[in-house]
Write a protein that binds this ligand. Structure first.
Ligand SMILES: Nc1ncnc2c1ncn2[C@@H]1O[C@H](COP(=O)(O)OP(=O)(O)OP(=O)(O)O)[C@@H](O)[C@H]1O
Ligand SMILES: [Mg+2]
Length: 461
């Protein structure tokens, strides 16, 4: 097989990984951004195109655009639709590029979350391409306990289709017949959009001060970056700290009484959220209260479980992600809302005090039955994660946090929870309040942390 590899600096190594019968048709490294030059220069294309992570620029929007150009080029210029396969370590790629796998049946993604992608995975990619069939996307894999499986535990054998459906399949629309696929670009785009119809209501909860608000803020930013529509509902009306993270919202609430009452107005008339909530950018919204809002009568009337259930049922149909900032204390008066929340992200730092106070907090607020329900629907977010913190002489790992909670220290936590993610402790954490730039936009470490967390929360409990 003659292969075009788009793998940037990885070109030479990737070449060594390939099976002997494969010929790489170009001697120099290619990246997605210089590919159009190569293709339009009349250079050979071969029988298939393999892309690796090094082909990308790390700017998701730009990468998606470049990849789309390549796939369109292949569609227009190759009669037999060259297979294009992306082999990636980035578990978010199928998420970000789901629309492309939907739109181009010759494009496929294989993920492997190992430190280094094993040669076996490349070989299986080549095998798939030589069969010219579109093999299913391999399962995504994780480093914490979740439902999904590891590719290196169960590598795809050539020709053996993977039976387990990927989580990302839910983002895709139902299979079309080949006749349907002759649809215009517009239609395929619409279909791809419908395939993004997944919706989750996620409550970020935990003991006050455990990092709930910053977690909700960063998750929502991450979702918006990944092309998911999202809205934050700031239920913490006692400590209105959401305003600190969105200074534009804060400024508007100072001038505009209506916006200062945003949460109450949105609870009162959910269907009018486009006017009552605040648009952060694109498909990213917020509803909260300004510091000046203080109408107890209105609070009594609209800030209650019944109204919140109504709001959630409307927003669920409009957004991919509805994120509640909901400290544990609030669950006492919002118990009826709990069944309308798909998953709770339980924020707990990795220290004993935080674990014990979380357990006590649940005991005080909920009866045993409701506590068990919360337990079953929660995933732990280890916040302010201190990688030097120790417990009984060993590292205080995220798993340890879960182990201790499920060890019988509290009747409220009977089942061991899964970890949704870890927010590393950072001395610069409060700079996001000063600068309005969320941690997740400050570099790869936090982007990855919140990206993984987002995915695991979107998976449900
Ligand atoms: N990963 C982290 N590294 C360093 N500091 C952090 C981290 N996460 C949270 N903090 C700090 O802890 C404090 C509380 O954070 P945040 O407002 O997110 O928590 P909260 O649980 O919503 O608190 P509150 O109950 O006051 O609303 C803030 O000063 C924040 O900067
Ligand atoms: Mg808060």
């Amino acid at each position: 097989m003659k292969l075009l590899i788009v793998s940037g600096e990885f070109h030479r190594i990737a070449t060594q990984y390939l099976p002997k019968k494969t010929t790489v048709i170009h001697p120099h490294a290619l990246e997605l951004r210089n590919l159009s030059e190569y293709l339009n220069g009349g250079n050979p294309v071969g029988d298939a195109i393999l892309i690796t992570d090094q082909a990308f620029t790390q700017k998701p929007g730009l990468d998606r655009e470049q990849l789309t150009l390549l796939l369109e080029w292949v569609q227009e210029n190759s009669t037999s639709r060259l297979p294009v396969v992306l082999v990636t370590r980035d578990f978010m790629k199928p998420f970000e590029l789901g629309m492309l796998t939907q739109r181009f049946d010759h494009f496929n993604i294989i993920t492997s979350d190992t430190v280094r992608i094993p040669a076996e995975v490349y070989r299986s990619a080549i095998e798939q391409m030589s069969q010219k069939g579109t093999a299913p996307v391999a399962p995504i894999h994780n480093d914490y306990k979740t439902e999904t499986t590891y590719i290196n535990e169960n590598p795809l054998k050539p020709g053996q289709p993977e039976k387990k459906r990927s989580f990302f399949d839910r983002f895709r629309s139902k299979p079309e017949t080949s006749a349907d696929r002759t649809a215009t670009d517009r239609l395929s785009r619409d279909i791809a959009n419908i395939s993004r119809g997944i919706s989750r209501v996620v409550a970020v909860t935990g003991h006050r001060g455990n990092g709930l608000t910053s977690t909700a803020v960063n998750l929502a930013h991450e979702a918006s970056k990944r092309g998911l529509s999202s809205i934050i509902i700031d239920m913490d009306t006692e400590y209105r700290s959401m305003n600190m993270y969105f200074s534009r919202f804060h400024d508007v609430t100072n001038k505009d009484e209506q916006m200062s009452a945003s949460l109450i107005r949105t609870l009162a008339r959910p269907q009018d959220y486009l006017t009552t909530a605040f648009n952060i950018k694109d498909q990213f919204w917020l509803t909260s209260l300004g510091y000046s809002f203080n109408d107890h009568k209105l609070m009594e009337q609209f800030y209650n479980s019944e109204k919140l259930v109504g709001l959630l049922s409307v927003l669920r149909t409009k957004f991919n992600l509805v994120l509640l900032d909901m400290p544990l204390d609030l669950l006492r008066s919002f118990q009826e809302t709990m069944i309308h929340i798909d998953v709770f992200g339980m924020c707990i730092p990795n220290n004993l005090h935080a674990i014990l106070s979380t357990a006590r907090n649940v005991e005080v607020v909920l009866d045993r039955e409701k506590a068990a329900y919360l337990n079953a629907k929660s995933k732990v977010i280890v916040t302010k994660y201190n990688d030097r913190s120790r417990f009984q002489g060993a590292l205080f790992t995220p798993d340890k946090v879960n182990d201790i909670l499920a060890s019988g220290i509290s009747d409220s936590f009977q089942y061991e929870m899964k970890t949704a993610g870890v927010v590393p402790y950072s001395h610069a954490f409060d700079s996001q309040i000063e600068t309005d730039i969320p941690m997740t936009n400050t570099g790869a470490e936090f982007e990855k942390a919140f990206g993984q967390m987002l995915l695991r929360l979107m998976e449900g409990a």
